[in-house]
Design a protein around this ligand. Structure first.
Ligand SMILES: CC(C)(COP(=O)(O)OP(=O)(O)OC[C@H]1O[C@@H](n2cnc3c(N)ncnc32)[C@H](O)[C@@H]1OP(=O)(O)O)[C@@H](O)C(=O)NCCC(=O)NCCS
Length: 219
């Protein structure tokens, strides 16, 4: 998911809450202990390698990342905690021109398929609807991220447009991997004007749209 660049000024941004509770989860701002535990999440690997956090096993990188996150106005970065364990993360740009913009939606493999994604986004959207009046929700997602789309649809997001996008990190990996590794996502990527691009959907959700939090997956 692309981190957004375009921002527009708003009057006041809500400060970080100590925690947001809902749907069996607690959403907390990043802290050193949570970062240390997220660094040991299992990895998704290609083509979702951009979400993996193993680089945070290096204490200096972890400290640097944490200090960036804390000062990262107008973004808010949350970790979803369930029974004391970090099980997901999500960030939101409060000032994007397009709306409240979710990015870095990530649940590690060992916690997938239990509705963590849906529940953490639902809790965050409830909070945002109270704290940031008048704004709708938006995100962009690679068209191959089909599990994510099921969660987003259930939460009331719909595809507003699709476009080709240059994601430098993904493009670099696409150069390196064998063509058989690219094959499963072949219809979602193209080599165009000398570089790899990926197809993305822009998905939008009007505030207050109904949410289905039932978990139908087999896991
Ligand atoms: C996408 C992601 C956040 C989903 O997290 P999650 O907690 O598993 O999501 P949910 O359980 O709320 O819903 C995901 C859907 O995919 C299904 N699913 C998730 N993992 C699955 C798996 N390994 N096998 C089969 N189905 C799976 C779920 O059952 C659910 O489908 P349903 O609505 O029919 O029940 C997680 O897979 C992830 O971090 N992926 C890599 C990064 C990524 O793609 N991020 C989103 C970028 S826009």
């Amino acid at each position: 998911m692309a981190r957004t660049a375009a921002t527009a000024a708003v009057a006041t941004l809500p400060p970080y809450p100590a925690r947001i509770e809902g749907y069996g989860l607690e959403l907390r701002p990043w802290d050193a202990e949570l970062v240390a535990r997220m660094a040991h999440w299992d990895e998704h690997g290609f083509p979702f390698h951009g979400f993996d956090l193993t680089q945070l096993r290096d204490p200096q990188r972890a400290q640097l990342q944490l200090s960036k996150v804390v000062l990262d106005k107008p973004h808010r970065h949350f970790v979803a905690v369930e029974d004391g364990e970090p099980v997901g993360r999500v960030s939101v740009n409060l000032e994007d021109e397009a709306g409240l913009y979710f990015w870095a939606v990530h649940v590690p493999p060992r916690h997938e398929g239990r509705g963590v994604c849906r529940r953490m986004l639902a809790a965050l959207m409830d909070w945002l609807e109270r704290e940031v009046p008048g704004k709708d929700f938006v995100l962009s997602t690679n068209t191959f991220a089909e599990h994510a789309h099921r969660a987003y649809y259930a939460l009331g997001f719909r595809v507003a447009e699709s476009r080709w996008y240059f994601d430098g990190e993904l493009a670099e990996r696409l150069w390196k991997v064998h063509h058989t590794v690219r094959e499963p996502i072949a219809r979602h990527i193209r080599f165009h004007s000398g570089r790899w691009e990926v197809r993305v959907y822009v998905m939008k959700r009007p505030r207050g749209a109904p949410m289905d939090l039932g978990v139908r997956g087999s896991r």
